[in-house]
Design a protein around this ligand. Structure first.
Ligand SMILES: [Mg+2]
Length: 303
């Protein structure tokens, strides 16, 4: 992983060449709430026709991959479960990799708990047994769960605190929203005085490394497309991945000027289907020519 150059300046417009892989944020990028965004289906179709790889990334831990397959399918976008990567999966993978054998207490919803159990991770509500408290987006959060976390961390002085995602709230259409995992982290940090040690969602490098491993591509061969500067674009920049900000979700052009340059995207799209010309330029004869020459482009080596 390399850092992005500090002089990088975002330019409006779309990339001229296709990428080998596309990482798409979901909410605000592909759909808004339950409404598919204009041009999203056409872009996914064009990526399939062009034979490029894609992966959908979400910080939301209240659904698992199969539920996203159903949601996207209902909107007319056919995807496979392996094309979805969210924090239910990254948390399970992170625990298995860095804390094998740990007993965890997830403050989260059923999809997260189900993934942990299916991943062979032991769950307990007994504070003396808990090695890791997982603070997540949990609409069933209550004082009993906070007490278990407090006892495990402060009384038994054994458990550490981690989170699925750093989001303060989950935005809904019309300016509404729901408190997200940061609210649970805040409650536990407030009563124990400890700090949350790890986030496995955007913008943490663990998320983008998991995505690249899933796609089997190098960081410069992929384009990350998202609507949030502090999660989507910051993660891409930190990894050295080209990025496109779409203005169909959280971010406006006015907000962009208030952000540090490190959060600027490579390109800015008013609509996601501004990616279409570059994908339609991806004719088989062009790809073959690039293969023969082993040609490097600003989009990385075309496979
Ligand atoms: Mg988003």
């Amino acid at each position: 992983m390399r850092s992005v150059e500090p002089t990088r300046i975002a330019t409006p417009g779309a990339p001229a060449r296709p990428f080998a892989g596309y990482l798409f944020d979901l909410d605000g990028t592909i759909y808004l709430g339950d409404q598919l965004l204009p041009g999203a289906r056409e872009v996914i179709d064009a990526i399939r026709v062009a034979g490029r790889k894609l992966l959908f990334l979400s910080n939301n831990p209240t659904r698992d991959a199969e539920q996203y397959v159903s949601k996207l399918g209902a909107m007319g976008i056919a995807v496979e479960a392996r094309e979805i990567l969210n924090t239910v999966t990254t948390m399970t993978d992170w625990l298995r990799r860095f804390h094998p054998g740990a007993t965890v207490f997830p403050i989260g919803e059923e999809p997260l708990k189900r993934a942990l159990v299916n991943g062979g991770i032991r769950i307990s509500e007994k504070p003396a047994e808990i090695d890791i408290v997982i603070a997540s987006y949990d609409r069933g959060f209550d004082y009993r769960k906070l007490q278990i976390a407090f006892d495990a961390i402060h009384v038994h002085k054994q458990a550490r605190l981690v989170t699925t995602n750093p989001d303060r709230f989950c935005p809904f259409p019309g300016g509404r929203g729901e408190p997200d995992a940061a609210a649970i982290v805040g409650a536990i940090e407030g009563c124990t005085g400890i700090r949350c040690e790890q986030n496995v969602g955007k913008p943490d490098p663990f998320m983008i490394e998991a995505a690249l491993a899933r796609l089997d591509l190098h960081v410069t061969e992929c384009l990350l497309v998202g609507d949030r500067l502090a999660t989507d674009i910051r993660m891409a920049n930190a990894a050295g991945m080209p990025s496109a900000l779409v203005l169909t979700g959280e971010t406006t052009m006015e907000m962009l000027s208030d952000h540090p340059e490190a959060d600027y995207p490579t390109w800015i799209l008013h609509r996601i289907d501004e990616l279409l010309p570059s994908l339609q330029r991806d004719r088989p004869d062009v790809r073959e020519a690039d293969h023969r020459g082993g040609k490097e482009t600003d989009a990385g080596t075309i496979r």
